[in-house]
Unconditional design. Structure first.
Length: 560
């Protein structure tokens, strides 16, 4: 190498070119000084799309939304020091969700580590609990041989690429120390390439011969959680052939198919006292949202079969008797070839319960005024062209219970199940899809900084904000009765915030509703950025939910 600048330039230009070769098309950059070399390389790449976000925590969640919307790995870049630590919540979420987030943390050179230099923390292996692969790069040195840094970059990305696609995918971390001067030579464009593409694909299949005796038993169920963008056609085909009910989580996307074997009201049926004794359960995808269904899975004596296209299966709530590392379509395609068993009456019992439950739910919603009434109305407003991103806590549970006739896609951050970064993730998805965000006031407050991306980039998003001035889900937990004297301060956590000011700050249109009658006539905009605030009451929500559970308990007079 001729000098330090050339060595630095070759490192970062080849690094960005290799990212592109392995399918990275978007990078979210949080500005800073130490990340200058990589930031300029990304900007100079002719086909790489960059997003600028000054808040690292929100930026990482925005990248997760880009991944969910584009179904591609996405990279994030920050400067050194505590900036990198702000990535941790999203890194943990991407790990548990098996999403291929490429984390690039810029760092001080090695001689400035551990001596009290400003903006220097120990960044090597800092995400060790969550990432699939990590590497602390050497400094680009002008004394290196011509191909040292090129071969190092290519070798490390090749090793890490197995975690970008297929059953092994998950977050990877590259720590990139840079020595000053930090500005690369932007004239060396020949080191930036966009014609080399390497897209590895992984598939592992297993014979299902040993399952034939299990699935010949009469009382069986298929339970499907979040499928992480997998095809599900063969699940429906197999269920039709074998007359198997499918308890479909809203994140499975199966409810949109309106298939006669799909059961949507199971959570409410279990809450209402459904008693269930069966022979086998086939669990597919991620664990389901329903707490009641998970409690039943933990207690049942049925044989449990887990199917996940991942080398680290999510066994929650209980370890299965057997696990298959393969795609759902491959599993059910083979299962469709096994002899059928007479299950028509078994399926018909489920379908009857489903129809009765739907009647009771719709009857309840005719007079309901709580949050569930608003959630049901949001679902009614959406079409097959819409995507609903749902916050954790009560919103996702209401969607689980009320997503019956809706045609929209449903997404959520159900890896770590946190309320942090929800706004940013939804905005990232909104780059690629038409998104409505359903969120509570505490989750909204937690990530208000994320709204800046809409203002800076003209990203269209509808936000339906359920404002009960606090944490509504805690009203359903034992703490409400056991620690009533301390409840409001420790768990209710009212903030008293006026979110109309938030809308003004970030250029969102704003409307407020305090009656379901008024909201029923509101149209969700197809363009622009809008906040629809809905004022509700926590105690009223709880009492009306209990009425719904009681209505459904009256229809359960048989044991399946």
């Amino acid at each position: 190498m001729n000098n330090h600048t050339d060595a630095l330039t070759k490192q970062v230009f080849i690094f960005v070119s290799e990212l592109y070769a392995y399918g990275i098309r978007e990078v979210v950059i949080s500005p800073g000084s130490r990340s200058t070399p990589m930031a300029i390389a990304i900007e100079a790449h002719p086909k790489m799309k960059s997003w600028i976000h000054p808040d690292e925590r929100s930026a990482a969640f925005f990248a997760m939304g880009l991944m969910k919307g584009s179904e591609r790995p996405v990279a994030i870049l920050c400067t050194s020091g505590s900036a990198a630590a702000n990535y941790t919540p999203a890194v943990s979420e991407s790990s548990l969700s098996h999403l291929p987030l490429v984390i690039m943390t810029s760092d001080r050179p090695h001689e400035l580590r551990g001596i009290g230099a400003p903006q220097a923390i120990n960044q090597a292996n800092m995400f060790n609990n969550y990432v699939k692969y990590q590497f602390d790069f050497p400094i680009a040195d002008e004394n290196d041989t011509q191909d040292f840094m090129e071969s190092t970059v290519k070798f490390q990305l090749q090793k890490a690429s197995q975690f970008l696609y297929g059953p092994h995918r998950g977050p990877i971390h590259f720590n990139l120390p840079f020595r000053e001067p930090l500005t690369p030579n932007i004239e060396k464009v020949e080191w930036l390439t966009s014609d080399r593409k390497v897209l590895p694909h992984y598939q592992k299949t297993t014979s299902l011969n040993e399952m034939s005796t299990v699935v010949k038993k009469r009382k069986g169920l298929i339970i499907v959680g979040d499928m992480q963008h997998q095809d599900v056609d063969q699940i429906l085909t197999c269920a039709t052939i074998h007359d198997l009910p499918i308890l479909a989580d809203p994140l499975s996307q199966l409810r949109r198919e309106h298939h006669p074997n799909v059961i949507t009201t199971y959570d409410l049926l279990f809450r209402a006292g459904l008693d269930l004794e069966i022979d086998f359960v086939i669990r597919v995808g991620k664990p389901v949202i329903s707490k009641k269904l998970n409690q039943w899975l933990k207690s049942t004596h049925a044989i449990q079969i887990l199917v996940q296209n991942s080398d680290q299966p999510d066994a929650f709530p209980v370890w299965p008797h057997v696990s298959f590392e393969m795609s759902a379509n491959d599993f059910f395609r083979q299962l469709s070839e096994t002899p059928t068993v007479e299950r028509k009456q078994w399926l018909e019992k489920w379908q009857t319960l489903e129809k009765q439950a739907v009647v009771e739910i719709k009857d309840y919603l005719r007079t309901a005024t709580d949050e569930s009434a608003y959630v049901a109305n949001v679902l009614d407003k959406l079409t097959s062209k819409d995507t609903l991103f749902v916050s954790n806590s009560m919103p996702i549970r209401d969607v689980d219970n009320l997503f019956i006739d809706c045609d929209a896609e449903i997404y959520a951050n159900r890896g770590a199940n946190g309320i942090d970064g929800v706004v940013s993730t939804a905005l990232g998805m909104a780059v690629h899809k038409r998104v409505t965000l359903l969120i509570g006031d505490l989750a909204f407050y937690h990530d208000m900084n994320g709204l800046l991306m809409s203002k800076l980039n003209d990203i269209h998003l509808n936000i339906v904000l359920l404002n009960n001035d606090g944490g509504g889900i805690f009203s359903y937990l034992p703490q409400k009765e056991a620690a009533d004297a301390y409840f409001e301060r420790l768990f209710g956590t009212p903030t008293g915030l006026n979110f109309e000011h938030t809308a003004l700050l970030y250029d969102f249109a704003f409307e407020r509703y305090d009656t379901i009658e008024a909201f029923k006539y509101a149209d969700l905009s197809k363009f622009g950025a809008h906040i629809y605030e809905i004022l509700t009451h926590r105690e009223e929500n709880k009492q009306q939910h209990l009425i719904l559970y009681k209505k459904l308990s009256d229809i359960i007079n048989v044991t399946l």
